[in-house]
Design a protein. Structure first.
Length: 337
């Protein structure tokens, strides 16, 4: 932490602040410039109350030089994390490919799609049972029945299942039934929910919030990890910008930033980012090219009649073709699929 003092700060005030900092176990080293004094503070600065420092009229500003997240920080964990999911994992050399419909609609629908994406090479099946919809009049998901149908699809294919949890009151059911708990963009900062997830040891797919900065997203991961659950997988799904042509703006540079700042695996969701099925294949390739650890892709066998997000869902045949080209790309990137 660096504290920039007002040019009028007296030596008594500098001493007072230095003592206050040292009382908390940190060390403050002053540097005297021709106009101003700055204090370089080292030690565990999380113990310092920044507001109490800022409120002093002789303090001009306080600059943080260290990220506020610890457990998610690559500085304290230089190796890439690999999150185990039963026999599978996400975060190693093998790309984690999650595919399936936005929502579970019927047994026939989810089982058919599960078989198709498995045949094409997907490693995980997605399917929403509880849907966060903008309109309360839109399809809200099959809820508990949706989870039952996902379990049938898992039994038929062996694919681990990924589904979105929206509220604490269904957490136990998700812990029991689902292999990866997805936290959607709209709940990224539902801190009570994140704390509860931290008390489990389930893999958590944490999507980036609609307008969340990279630091806010990593702080949400920290909420889960601080409670003891380190099985966090991040997911970039596009952020809200001034552009309206696409549903969101896919922030591919966030993948590079997250990889530098954190050891956690990070996936890309090109479907919710673009909102258009015909962009999904190219964005998927771009995501792999920038170093994403995998993808979560919406695949539907009848997109025109899908209950949710049909216009951004690709058909199983296109998914199969995409998997072929991702295989070639993976080789160039020293990864497997
Ligand atoms: C979804 O994956 O179906 C979903 C609702 O995603 P997001 O939370 O990213 O909007
Ligand atoms: Mn969707």
């Amino acid at each position: 932490m660096v504290i920039v003092l007002n040019p009028k700060a007296t030596s008594e005030q500098i001493n007072e602040l230095t003592q206050e900092i040292e009382k908390e176990g940190c060390t403050a080293c002053p540097t005297y410039g021709s106009f101003q004094v700055i204090l370089g503070v080292v030690g565990d600065t999380s113990k310092l109350n920044q507001d109490r420092i800022l409120i002093k009229d002789y303090v001009e500003k306080v600059l943080k030089v260290q990220e506020p997240y610890k457990k998610a920080n690559r500085c304290f964990h230089p190796e890439n994390s690999v999150v185990p999911i039963g026999q599978a994992s996400i975060g190693g050399t093998k790309l984690g490919i999650i595919a399936g419909p936005c929502s579970v609609e019927s047994e026939e629908q989810i089982v058919t799609i599960a078989k198709q994406v498995k045949a094409a090479g997907a490693s995980f099946l997605r399917g929403g049972a509880y849907k966060p919809r903008t309109s309360p009049y839109s399809f809200q998901g099959l809820k508990e029945e949706g989870l039952d149908l996902l379990k049938i699809a898992r039994q038929e294919t062996g694919l681990p299942i990924v589904s979105e949890l929206m509220a604490i009151n269904t957490l136990d059911r998700f812990v029991q039934d689902v292999d990866i708990i997805q936290i959607g963009a709209r709940n990224m900062q539902n801190f009570d929910l994140l704390k509860e997830l931290g008390q489990t040891n389930k893999p958590i797919l944490l999507k980036r919030g609609l307008s969340a900065t990279i630091e806010e997203w990593l702080m949400s991961a920290e909420y889960i990890m601080a409670e003891g659950n380190e099985n966090v997988i991040l997911c970039e799904r596009g952020i809200r910008t001034f552009e309206t042509y696409t549903r969101n703006t896919l922030d591919l540079s966030a993948i590079l930033a997250v990889k530098k700042l954190s050891h956690l695996p990070v996936l890309v969701d090109p479907s919710h980012a673009a909102g258009k099925w015909w962009m999904v294949e190219s964005l998927s390739k771009a995501a792999v090219a920038v170093g994403a650890d995998g993808l979560i892709i919406e695949v539907h066998n009848d997109p025109a009649n899908a209950k949710c997000d049909g216009s951004q869902s690709i058909k199983p045949e296109r998914f199969e073709a995409l998997m072929q080209s991702l295989g070639q790309l993976a080789r160039i990137e020293n990864r497997t699929i």
